[in-house]
Design a protein around this ligand. Structure first.
Ligand code: 13P
Length: 340
């Protein structure tokens, strides 16, 4: 393991002003996204849609890393350049999702545990050869009546830590993603309590598994009200609670925290990130690793049609730039109209 190298890659992924594009939707997930805009889910459509995002003019100023799915990591641009190479030429770090999904946790109804450790050492070796320099593993924690259980949190933290240790052994930076879902009627305080318990367990497990905090990126949820909570917290309340929680549980040696969007709208996710960065500075970079909140308008503008390639790129570049501004606390909602 080359810790200096890992730290350098992690810092490039979340360099000041930059964040990560999560374009690692599995084929069933991207099908759902394509269905929502009436685009057919063929391999060529998946390839050309990703090429549209990766080749959007200017994005190297706002995007430091892109997470791929196995199929996408092996695809090429229309003129024959492998996607990882396309990114590296623009100074963007290519990464790969390596978990194989969150499955029902036996004997714990309503709870999940993430799979994908079997054969991971060998897969990481191959991914490194193809050009991946970081990886992602997503654990899912559900809030409900009497859940999450302590055991579910422990099982997921254990999985994340084993994955992270294998990544560092392979000189691949692990994105450690424990996602507490937004679904449900719970309030902001409950989200904070559960996220706190999860982060405490995750960092305990990482330490026991001898994972170096300097060589990871944390990808947490923000502390938000549940989607069905009657009183939705304000942007400032979200920012204050999220920062309080992260300061308590994330070691300052971690180079970067890159939030997932988790079902927030594009503008909400940007406004929250902006409010947090406006309250900074922090010991870690406070960045984004959005999937839906970076792609929703680009996907709509594209709609599965070649002739909309330029419009899709413009929509994606706008979103990336808004989040770039939010990285420094310089975003204002009025800037959204520039997209038109
Ligand atoms: P969202 O930002 O759409 O939640 O996706 C991020 C991600 O990579 C989830 O694993």
């Amino acid at each position: 393991m080359n810790l200096d190298g890992l730290n350098k890659v992690a810092r490039a992924m979340v360099a000041p002003g930059k964040g990560i594009l999560a374009a690692d939707e599995s084929n069933p997930t991207i099908k759902k996204r394509f269905d929502s805009v009436g685009a057919e889910c063929t391999e060529e459509h998946r390839r050309s849609y990703r090429e549209m995002l990766l080749s959007a003019p200017g994005v190297e100023d706002w995007i430091g890393g892109v997470i791929f799915y196995d199929e996408t990591l092996r695809q090429k641009s229309g003129d024959g350049v492998a996607f990882p190479e396309l990114l590296s030429r623009r100074g963007i770090v290519p990464g790969i999702k390596v978990d194989t999904g969150a499955k029902a946790l036996a004997a714990y109804p309503g709870e999940k545990v993430t799979e994908g450790l079997d054969g991971l050492r060998e897969r990481l070796k191959e991914y490194h050869q193809i050009g991946a320099r970081f990886a992602k593993w997503r654990a899912v924690i559900t809030i409900g009546e009497n859940i999450p259980s302590a055991f579910c949190i422990e099982a997921n933290a254990h999985g994340l830590a084993r994955y992270a240790a294998l990544c560092q052994e392979a000189d691949i930076v692990p994105i450690v993603e424990p996602e507490v879902l937004m679904d449900g009627p719970h309030d902001l305080a409950r989200c904070e309590a559960v996220t706190s318990a999860v982060l405490r367990e995750v960092f305990g497990a990482l330490a026991r598994h001898r994972v170096a905090p300097e060589g990871i990126v944390l990808k947490p949820n923000m502390i938000v009200s549940g989607t069905e909570c009657r009183k939705q917290a304000s942007v400032d309340e979200v920012a204050t609670a999220t920062i309080r929680c992260l300061k308590r549980f994330v070691p300052s040696a971690v180079p970067g925290i890159a939030f997932l969007s988790g079902g927030q709208s594009e503008e909400e996710a940007t406004a929250h990130l902006n409010a947090m960065n406006a309250l900074g500075p922090y010991p870690w970079e406070l960045s984004f690793s959005y999937g839906r909140a970076l792609q929703a308008s680009a996907l709509k503008a594209w709609g599965g049609r070649k002739e909309n390639f330029g419009a899709g790129q413009k929509a994606f570049a706008h979103r990336a730039r808004m989040n770039h501004l939010a990285r420094a606390g310089h975003y204002r909602p009025e800037l959204e109209s520039e997209a038109a």
